[in-house]
Structure formats: C-alpha cells, structure tokens
Design a protein. Structure first.
Length: 287
C-alpha cells in the first residue's frame, strides 16, 4: 500500500497519512511505456508549418546567365538553381503532419505509471476539497508555501473543473491546474510535485472502463409450417397400364406410312416401263 501526505484545505498537515487506492496505485512503473507516451505527446504538439523555397518559388532567374558555348564557363540555365547563392533549396523541410497515435489502454498505463512514480518518490500530496470560491492568487501561493512547494513546479489536480483555481494559478509560471481525469502522463512528469484533491481519488475508477458485452435479443423460434396435404396415390395397376396402351397406339400408326412408302415405289416401277430403243440408222454404202 502506498501512502501520501495528507493536508487540509488551509495547508495544515494531518496526523495520519492518506492511503492511496491499491487498485490504481500499485507501484508499477512501466518506463518504456512512459517514454513512448512522452514521445507521442511532444510529436503531437508540433505544428509542421515549416517550408523551404524550392527553385520554383524563388523569384528571378528567368534568363539564361550566358550563352551555352564559347565562354569557357560551365553551362548554366538559371541563377535560381540550387547550385547558386540565393537559389532554391533541395530536399528542404515541407509542411507535414507529425501526429502519432497511441492505444487507449497504453495511454492509461502510462498515466498510471507516472502517478505511481511520483507517489513512490513522496512527491504526491493529497489535499481536502479546495474551498476557494473566487480567484485569489495570494491565497493559492499561501497554500503552496504551507506545503513547502512554492519554488517547485506544481501540478494541481482537481475534482472536476475549478474555474476559480484556474484563474488563481494563471499568473504563476510554475503552477498548472487540470482536472484529475484530464491529466496525461506528460503533465504528471512535467511537474516536480503533484497535489491531488481528495474527492478526485475517491471518484476515480480503479481500473480502466471496459464496455461489457451485452448480447442482443434472441430471435424467436420459427413456428413449424403446416404439412401440405398429400395427394391421393393412384393404384399401381392403372399407372402401369396407361403408359403401355399409349406406347402401342403410336407404333401401329407409324407402321402404316412405312408400308405405304415401301409399296408405292414398286407400283410406280411396274407402271413405268422402259421405252423401246430406236434402231440405229444404217450407214450409207453399207451392205
């Protein structure tokens, strides 16, 4: 169990130490994750508006400095070439986006590691609910002096948004005020001392919220379909007899034309007789 010094809203030290929630302050400090979170945070702060002028953006240089041949000098096409003083820049920085992404659970682990690091060092103080109702920088400086951290970089984590406290610390360069839920790992590591409001620790969920799986409504079972009435089966004798009778009838009809076709050519051949050949004419002078 990690304990932190406990103070009242006026800065008076209480007798007992405040026991931090074990589920959140377990003493684990993941250094690689902290390094990754800080690197991503600093990269996301870059605007990426830098831009150098290439030869197409530099004014002048529309004419060829001298003719191509005959001067004994190297050939040149423009005075705004990257080889000339005042010319364009080659491969210079151009506008780009430096933003990087970090998984949500990795961010939460980095934030937890940063708070555990400050708590293990004894640089995390717990203060009762702030009673400041109006912006007073003098009252905030008196509280930090009572805690003994007036000359150090201090991060004050409040329960929700406290406009009066934010306005009170706006003129102090070494003091930053944020809601406890909005503080990132970089904000915690930036400060030398972290002052947390007691209600924020009570309401903070000890573990990352994970949306529970809620199964959808089950589909109602389909109603069984009514069986269609079966047709009355015909007797087997009728089924077998009907096709046979149908098959025999066409056979008899088809036989008649075949017989007629075969008989017709014979009659025609009998009726038509070949004509008698004419006698060949006799040759003249023949015997």
């Amino acid at each position: 169990m990690i304990e932190a010094p406990h103070y009242s809203a006026a800065g008076a030290r209480k007798s007992g130490a405040y026991a931090l929630p074990e589920a959140y302050f377990d003493g684990t400090v993941n250094t690689p994750v902290l390094h990754e979170a800080v690197k991503v945070y600093l990269a996301n702060q870059r605007q990426g508006t830098h831009q150098t002028k290439t030869r197409s953006f530099v004014s002048g240089g529309n004419q060829k400095p001298w003719k191509q041949k005959g001067t004994g000098r190297a050939r040149q096409g423009s005075t705004r070439s990257p080889l000339w003083p005042g010319g364009g820049t080659t491969f210079g920085p151009q506008p780009r986006d430096y933003r990087l992404a970090l998984p949500r659970k990795v961010k939460q682990l980095a934030r937890r590691s940063a708070l555990n690091a400050r708590a293990s060092e004894g640089s995390l103080f717990v203060v009762e609910r702030f009673e400041q109702q109006s912006p007073k920088t003098k009252a905030l400086v008196a509280l930090l002096s009572a805690l003994g951290v007036a000359e150090r970089k201090v991060l004050i984590l409040t329960h929700g948004v406290s406009e009066a406290l934010v306005l009170s610390a706006r003129n102090l360069p070494r003091v930053d005020v944020l809601p406890y839920a909005d503080a990132s790992a970089y904000d915690v590591l930036w400060a030398d001392v972290v002052v947390v409001e007691e209600p924020a620790l009570v309401s903070e969920p000890p573990v990352p919220f994970v949306r529970p799986f809620v199964p959808g409504p089950k589909a109602a079972p389909a109603e069984p379909r009514a069986a269609a009435p079966k047709k009355a089966a015909k007797p087997k004798a009728e089924k077998a007899a009907a096709p046979k009778a149908e098959k025999k009838a066409p056979a008899k009809k088809a036989a008649a034309p075949k017989a007629a076709k075969k008989a017709a050519p014979k009659k025609a051949a009998a009726e038509k007789k070949p004509a008698a050949k004419k006698a060949a004419p006799k040759k003249k002078g023949g015997k």
